[in-house]
Design a protein. Sequence first.
Length: 270
Amino acid sequence: MRYHVGALKKNTHGSVFDTITRDTFSNIEVEIPSLKLQKRIAAILSSLDDKIELNNKINANLERQAQAVFTAWFAEAKPSVSFVSLVRVLGGGTPRTSVAEFWEGEISFFTPKDVYGVYTLETEKSLTDDGLAHCNSCLFPTNTVFVTARGTVGKLTLAGRPMAMNQSCYALLGQEGYGQYFVYHLAQRVITHLKHKANGAVFDAIVTRDFESEFVPDIKPSEAANFELKVKPLYEAILRNYEENYRLSALRDMLLQRLISDDLLPLEFQ
């Protein structure tokens, strides 16, 4: 059905449109696609949703495999060195929101709202080059580990593309010899331990000294590199599936918009 509230407003002929009741709809005629077209629409949208769901299941399995490798290799290693001796903890910032020229550009700008899985490809906000130049954040490379430090605390994600970052998060980059997949799994262990240390208290923020006080196994660069090689194909496949889901979701949303818009050709209802 492509009749919508905007069309109802047209029928008010300029009068105040302050309420909708059941009687409002009683005499409205609407165009409904034929059953054949309805089935065709449902088949197209369902096939997109099915493929997205399949990719999500594949990704969950791939991540479990990577986690199993990390656990098998490093679970027995005793914590003996500071987390920050293996991982750099970097902050971010936000350019002035009142300056329009800083915003709505091509540079993804990560905030805690943007975590939705292993990888983040899309962000709610974006910066221009000028905005990045006036921001206390560098442009972090793909596979940077972002951890949310305020708001929804302790969420982890990998950057699916280069991104800047606001001050409510930390960016984790491996020290020389330590790759980002290793950092991601090591950070998962650290965040889990921080949550346990809260011991029921409100876990409402993470600060840099929390990372500095955490101890992790003294994994040698050569061991971390071997782990990186082992799981790299898994994470490359995960990222490809996220990218495909991003494209499929955009296609699905475009088709839905076309279906409910007034631009839908009348012939399609025959």
